[in-house]
Design a protein. Structure first.
Length: 103
């Protein structure tokens, strides 16, 4: 089954913050991080229902799932999303050490 992926304004903002933070330190690293993020979105499009519930799911009325992806250096990031039929809505993108999202 193929899913249609929509990115929320908050998730766009999260991506920009993470990208800018990495780019200040390593511009090439920021590009690689963004490529890893895009590859993770491709996985959601192909198979969004295979990923587990996120810890944040307890705080929201809809199920919140997470897809973990990592950079070449091994830093783990989380894409938080909800499924609505064949539609995926990306809610947040969280970096290493960031607090859980609360409703």
């Amino acid at each position: 089954m193929s899913f249609s992926v929509e990115i929320s304004d908050q998730a766009h903002a999260d991506v920009q913050i993470i990208y800018d933070y990495i780019a200040e330190r390593a511009p090439a690293g920021a590009r690689r991080w963004y490529e890893a993020y895009q590859a993770a979105l491709d996985k959601l499009e192909a198979n969004a229902n295979r990923h587990p519930l996120a810890p944040e799911s307890n705080y929201f009325p809809d199920e919140v799932r997470q897809l973990l992806f990592k950079t070449r250096r091994g830093h783990r990031y989380r894409i938080l999303y909800s499924l609505f039929g064949s539609r995926v809505v990306v809610l947040h993108v969280r970096g290493p050490g960031q607090e859980f999202v609360r409703a």
